[in-house]
Design a protein around this ligand. Structure first.
Ligand code: ADP
Ligand code: MG
Length: 245
C-alpha cells in the first residue's frame, strides 16, 4: 500500500438488509488530491462518503484513513473523525446559536480549546469563506449560500486533513451556488485533500484530479476530468453526462 494514501478503499462491500449498496469499491486518495464522485441518484455516492468516517459501516473489505483501518468498533474512531471535515447538502447548523457560536461549540466542548482561542479561530475561518461580517447573526438570518459557507468554516475549525463534501450545492438556489463553489475552489488551491460528491461539472473540470463515476453501487469509470468529459467509456456515463451537462 502506498504510504501517501490518506483514504483507501479495498474491495469494500456494503448491504442495507439484502440490498447490495456498495459492490467491490476500491479507490485511493492521496494527500492533496481532489476527487469528484458523480453518478445517478441512488448509485451509492453518499454511502461511500459516509463510510469514510463510519457514519455508515461496511460489511466486507477494508477502509483505511491515514493508514489506519476504520470499522465500527475500532478504538480511536473519534480521532479519525476529527481528521475529517464533512459538509452535507443540508447545512445542519444549530438554529438557536449565532454563527460564531456554531463555530466555537465543538472547539470548546470537544477539542477543549479556550473560548478566546476558539473565537479567534472561528473569525479566521469566517474570513476565509468571506462571511466574517455575519458572525453575530443567527443561521435563519442568512441565505442558503451563506449558511453553507458557515458550515464549511465550521468544518475547517477542527483543522481537518480531509474534507468530504456531499452535494454541498444541491439545496441552493442557482444564484448562490457560485459563492459556495468559489470557496471550495480556494480550499482546493490551498492544497486541501477533498472528496466531493457533486454534479457541478464545471467545478469538476476545474479542480478534480480524478472523476469517479458510480452507478448501481459500482465504480463504473475512473478517469481524469478531460478523459471523463471528452471521452466517457461507457453508455451509462454518456447518458449521465447528457443529463447533467
Ligand atoms: P446517492 O448518494 O448516490 O444518491 P445513496 O448512497 O444515498 O446514493 O444511496 C444508495 C442506495 O441505498 C439508494 O437506493 C438508497 O435508497 C439506499 N439507502 C441509502 N441509505 C439507506 C438506508 N439507511 N437504509 C436502506 N437503504 C438505504
Ligand atoms: Mg447522495
Amino acid at each position: 500500500m502506498s504510504t501517501d494514501d490518506v483514504i483507501r478503499f479495498e474491495d469494500v462491500n456494503k448491504w442495507f438488509g439484502t440490498f447490495h449498496v456498495l459492490q467491490n469499491i476500491s479507490l485511493s486518495v492521496k494527500s492533496g488530491e481532489k476527487i469528484v464522485i458523480c453518478g445517478p441518484s441512488g448509485s451509492g455516492k453518499s454511502t461511500v462518503i459516509r463510510c469514510v468516517n463510519q457514519l455508515e459501516t461496511h460489511q466486507m473489505g477494508r477502509i483505511l484513513v491515514n493508514g489506519r483501518e476504520v470499522h465500527e468498533d475500532m478504538k480511536g474512531l473519534e480521532q479519525v473523525r476529527a481528521e475529517i471535515g464533512m459538509v452535507f447538502q443540508s447545512f445542519n447548523l444549530y438554529p438557536h446559536l449565532s454563527v460564531v457560536e456554531n463555530l466555537t461549540l465543538a472547539q470548546i466542548w470537544v477539542h477543549k480549546r479556550p473560548r478566546k482561542e476558539a473565537e479567534e479561530r472561528a473569525h479566521h475561518f469566517l474570513k476565509r469563506v468571506h462571511i466574517e461580517e455575519q458572525a453575530r447573526k443567527f443561521p435563519g438570518q442568512l441565505s442558503g449560500g451563506q449558511q453553507q459557507r458557515v458550515a464549511i468554516a465550521r468544518a475547517l475549525c477542527a483543522n481537518p486533513q480531509i474534507m468530504l463534501f456531499d452535494e454541498p450545492t444541491s439545496a441552493l438556489d442557482p444564484e448562490m451556488i457560485k459563492e459556495v463553489l468559489d470557496v471550495m475552489v480556494e480550499l482546493a488551491e490551498d492544497g486541501m485533500t477533498m472528496v466531493c460528491v457533486t454534479h457541478e461539472m464545471a467545478f469538476a473540470r476545474k479542480v478534480a484530479n480524478r472523476v469517479i463515476f458510480m452507478d448501481q453501487g459500482q465504480i463504473v469509470e475512473e478517469a481524469s476530468p478531460e478523459e471523463f468529459f471528452n471521452a466517457p467509456k461507457t453508455d451509462r456515463a454518456r447518458l449521465f453526462l447528457s443529463q447533467v451537462l
